[in-house]
Structures are given as structure tokens and as C-alpha cells.
Design a protein around this ligand. Sequence first.
Ligand SMILES: Cc1cc2nc3c(=O)[nH]c(=O)nc-3n(C[C@H](O)[C@H](O)[C@H](O)COP(=O)(O)OP(=O)(O)OC[C@H]3O[C@@H](n4cnc5c(N)ncnc54)[C@H](O)[C@@H]3O)c2cc1C
Length: 394
Amino acid sequence: MITLNFDNTENAFAYKPNYELIRDYQIFRLINQGWLVKFGTRAASKMMDAGFKIPVAIGMRPTIYAVFCGGDSLQLATKKINQLYDYKVQSILDYGVEGKENEEDFTRTANAIKEAILFAKDNAAVDIVCSKFTGLIPFSILEKLHAKETLTDKENEIYKASKERIYSISKLAFENNVSLFVDAEESWIQQPLDDLTFELMREFNKEKPIIYNTVQLYRKDRLQFFKDTVEQAKQAGFIYAAKLVRGAYMEKEELRAKQLAYENPIQTSKENTDKDYNDALRFAINNIEQVAVCVATHNEESTLLATQLMQQKNLPNNHPHVHFSQLLGMSDHISFNIAKENYNSSKYMPYGPVKDVIPYLIRRAQENTSVAGQMGRELKLLKDEVRRRKLFVL
Ligand SMILES: Cc1cc2nc3c(=O)[nH]c(=O)nc-3n(C[C@H](O)[C@H](O)[C@H](O)COP(=O)(O)OP(=O)(O)OC[C@H]3O[C@@H](n4cnc5c(N)ncnc54)[C@H](O)[C@@H]3O)c2cc1C
């Protein structure tokens, strides 16, 4: 019988000492102000475009950076990693630097990912390292490949070097028994990411899931894609590993589809996204011998469904092919309550210099701000726990 109780804020926040709980509560109270986030994120973006990263970073470091990021480096993130692991929640290391476009940056990102893999090796608190391939391959090349356009000789050379970088990261992950998640990004660059991850899985997922692709179920075509690709992997004799997400680029997708006059690839309603997400979970758990899945969501219903499906199939809670994951700073009520029930539970832990993770922080602030004046979910949970601990806050 399922005993999960997502309302238990005592479990959810046990890892936060009182001062941290109060700090986070105050920060989420600010984030909950729609007008403040709108004004703040606009101002931050403008200042960034004008090259004033440092004042923005100074404002963010003690506030949203402290909530949503592990630290400037792996060493500085260690405290938070261990804090989570005291309650059986592991960390997925995410070198959060985004939007880089030259060889030097790509090499730096590749080295950071390799450093994270070696950090994760033999470290029970860290099970997975994640990567965005746009941090390793120029976006423009991915766009051309997706559109099946021919690359110039120069682009071919750059692409070859990028693939070598990715291959050496994947090989290192395989040799050290650390899984590597590949994030999904915009739909107009996804095809080469799908192709690359498929080839990497063919080589490294023969025995166990090392390389994970990401499937965005807010896309109309992804449930079928997922089923077809699992079938192809079955034929080729390897485990297809997928992080299942709803998808983070809805507005951008809609805007581009409108501008270029093609059909928006995103589902026409939230209900359709939810349906495909849950159907993908059903399909994954029904094929769990050939599939490994990360249930990457803050949605309680989908999380609960995944646990019920596991139970129906008599899978142990900590089955190595099923992981649950949420972003650091969000949905601790899911992560810590399921970890207590012995499910594989982890947090996406971005780290890196503040000035380099600002775009990520802006997205988190926007995601957690109030809609129509309602109190956000995170704020409500923090408030419940502040009350339960009988703490005094202004
Ligand atoms: C560990 C982890 C890793 C992630 N990795 C990625 C990644 O690699 N790539 C990526 O794109 N995202 C990623 N995400 C973000 C994810 O895609 C979602 O944006 C986010 O988690 C919110 O969705 P949800 O399932 O948590 O919850 P919910 O709050 O139930 O769902 C919100 C989501 O539903 C969808 N949605 C909302 N309104 C509508 C509508 N009107 N019509 C159709 N769909 C709608 C959108 O995708 C929205 O983000 C990740 C999230 C987590 C927790």
C-alpha cells in the first residue's frame, strides 16, 4: 500500500536548519510578488545585455542563487550535497553555465563536466551528471543539422570536434559508472540530440543505463517518438534511458511557430501534456527491463502514479531503472518524502559562478512567482513548516 504523504513538511524540510528555512521563506515571499519578479527580471536582463553582470550577480547571490544553486564550484557545493544526502536525497550535478558559442567555452564546459564525473565516481551522494549539448556544440550547427541542411567544411570540422568532446565525456561516464543526462532544449535543434544520444546509448547502455536522453511530453509527437525509439533500442539490444519532462520552452516554441508560420509543436492544452506524460510513464514502467526512466517532475499526481505503477508490477521502490528528480529549491515535499520511502530520489543541483547562471535563476524566479495573486506552492509549504516549528518571522 502506498504510504506517500506529500503534505509532510517536517520530512520535506528536515534538512534545513531554522535560519535557512526563514531565509528561504522570506525569499519566496519576495518571488511571490508578480510585479517585483516582472520588474526585477526585466531589469536584470537589460543590465546583462548592457554588460553589467556584476551588480546583478551581487543582488542574486544572497537571494535566489542561495536557494536554487549549490555554489560556485563543486567543492563549494559539497556542503549542500551532503546536507541532502543525510536524508537519502542524491544530487545530479549540473554545471549551470549557459549560452556559450566558441571553442574555448565548449572546452571549458567539457572539462567541467568531466570534473563532475570524477567527483561523482565513488561518491554515494552524487549519482548522475547532467549536460546541455548546446554547451558543447554551436547552436547554429545543431539548427542546420535538424533542418537537414548541408554543413560547410568549416562547420563539419567544428561538429567533428564537438562529437569527439561528447564521446570522450560519455566514455569517461561509462568507465566510472556515472550516468549522464542530456537535457532537451528547443524543438528546432532536437533531432541531432536524439541521434547523438541514440548512438551513445548503443555503445554505452548495453548492460546498464549510462546515457539518458530527455523526452519533452509537452510536444505533440513525443509519446510516439518515445515508443518508437524504445522499440528500435530493443531491436539493437540496449537499454533506452529517458528523463521524462513536460518541457520548459513553451512560450519560445509558440512564438517561433507563429513567426515562421508552422504548426506549434506544443500540445493544445495542459491536460494533453499531462495525459501524454502519464502515458509515457505507463509505457516506461511496463517495459522496465528495456527502459530506464527518470521521473523528472514537480507534479504530485505524476509522481504518485509512477509509484503506483511500480507497485502494481511488484518492483522494489529503489529499482535501478526508476529515478525521481526535482530541481534544487523546488518541491522538497516530493523529493524528501519519496526518499524516506526508499525511492531513488535526487535533486538537480546547478553550480557555477553567479554571473554565469543568471539566465537559469531568472527562469526559476519566473516559474515560482504568483499567478493571479495566489500564494505559490513553494511559499505555502515553507509557511506551513515555519508555523509547525513555531518560528517567529516578520
Ligand atoms: C529534474 C528536472 C530536469 C528537467 N530537465 C529538463 C530538460 O532537460 N528540458 C526541458 O525542457 N525541461 C526540463 N525540466 C523542466 C520541465 O520540463 C518543466 O518545465 C517543469 O518541471 C514543470 O513541469 P512539471 O512536470 O514539474 O509540473 P506541472 O506544473 O504539472 O507542469 C507544468 C508544465 O506543463 C506544461 N504546460 C503548462 N501549460 C500548458 C498548456 N497550456 N499547454 C500545454 N502544456 C502546458 C509545460 O511544460 C509546463 O512547464 C526539468 C525539470 C526537472 C524537475
